[in-house]
Design a binder for this molecule. Structure first.
Ligand SMILES: [Mg+2]
Length: 361
């Protein structure tokens, strides 16, 4: 049997505690409850993928994701990992209704293919930018906690703060003022996760400007189906308006661009899988739309895979790959190329994604 033929697979749950609950306007993660998918080729080389399950955003459950990953493993067994595009295409239709599983299965295929070639994953995507610096998220919570967190992360070297808003407007103002006070020269990104109406969002941004706070980007201010609301804000506001929840498929993004509804799109592998994420990238680049690389709550494995994707393709304006900083001990090894101040140095990765589960042999 050829060394590149996929021989075995396994699926296991990945659990870890968080330093602080990851709270956004639509819900909260109290711990990491993901899954790891492993493929093994006949020659013994392995590839790893992580499914990030965000039930409160996507409705996907871990139970179904694990089941679908077992199905994906059975489908992939016997196929040649050298034909990684063929394997990824096969997964597209099969896992279309479970994107967390799709992303994880494609991630493992790509990790395996890159390792078999002896190159790091970002090179497979084009090797454009070896370094990416992520923002750091200030979750929904009290102003004092936001101030302390921002001070600490600023001291660690972060200088872009993505502030979650949309729970209570007065509290949002206080949290944003606390972040601005703790890191006055730093950039602020805003993410409301669908919480506002369009007029409400406009007023919020204008009130913030009166307080001397001007975010660099406003992400998903209105509910996902409110395309008119997005278009209104894109016309009215000076900063880019970025679709996240509204951009769940290639069709969504095509429609958003056609209707001139947004000036930026947040690409997450967990929403789109790798192939369609690549198509969204190309469509956005061709249309002059800015790009954010984002993620769900993901350990070093899936976060690094997203960094390889963004660094390999290049052209991303906003990098939001910070969730490893919220996880106490994911058990992942090899993530040393992500520094304490949030820089992914992809040229330090020898093969594949460069991160493996701690129990991997
Ligand atoms: Mg978002």
């Amino acid at each position: 049997m050829k060394d590149t033929i996929i021989k075995k697979f396994s699926v296991r749950e990945l659990d870890a505690q968080l330093f602080t609950p990851f709270t956004i306007s639509s819900g909260s993660h109290k711990s990491l409850e993901n899954a790891v998918f492993t493929l093994e080729a006949a020659g013994g080389v392995k590839g790893y993928g992580e499914a990030a399950i965000a039930t409160h955003i996507t409705g996907e459950t871990r139970e179904r994701t694990v089941k679908n990953l077992r199905r994906a493993g059975a489908l992939l067994a016997g196929r040649d990992a050298a034909n990684y595009l063929g394997a990824m295409c096969l997964l597209e239709a099969e896992l279309d209704d479970n994107r967390a599983a799709l992303a994880a299965a494609q991630m493992a295929v790509l990790d395996l293919a890159a390792r078999l070639q002896g190159i790091s994953l970002w090179k497979l995507f084009g090797a454009r930018s070896p370094e990416l610096k992520t923002d750091i998220t200030v979750v929904i919570g009290g102003a004092d906690a936001a101030y302390t967190f921002t001070k600490k992360m600023r001291a660690d070297g972060f200088h872009i703060f993505k502030v979650k808003t949309g729970s209570d407007m007065d509290e949002d103002f206080r949290r944003l003022e606390a972040v601005h006070k703790a890191a006055p020269a730093s950039a602020i990104y805003l993410d409301a996760n669908c919480a506002y109406g369009a007029k409400e969002a406009e007023k919020f941004i204008n009130d913030l400007a009166r307080r001397g706070i001007r975010p660099e980007v406003l992400e998903q201010p209105v509910p996902k189906d409110d395309i008119d609301g997005l278009a209104y804000l894109t016309r009215k506001l000076a900063m880019p308006v970025c679709a996240d929840e509204s951009a769940y498929s290639l069709d969504d993004v095509f429609n958003l661009i056609r209707r001139k509804a947004v000036s930026a799109v947040n690409i997450k592998l967990t929403k789109l899988g790798f192939l369609r994420a690549r198509e969204v990238w190309a469509l956005a680049r061709a249309s002059g739309i800015k790009l954010m690389m984002g993620e769900m709550l993901e350990s070093e494995l899936a976060s690094a895979a997203a960094a390889h994707f963004a660094g390999g393709l290049g052209g991303f304006d906003f990098i939001d790959l910070d969730t490893p900083f919220f996880i106490k001990d994911s058990g992942m090894r090899g993530g040393g190329f992500l520094s304490k101040d949030g820089v992914y140095s992809l040229d330090r990765v020898k093969a594949g994604i460069g991160v493996v589960p701690g129990d991997a042999k």
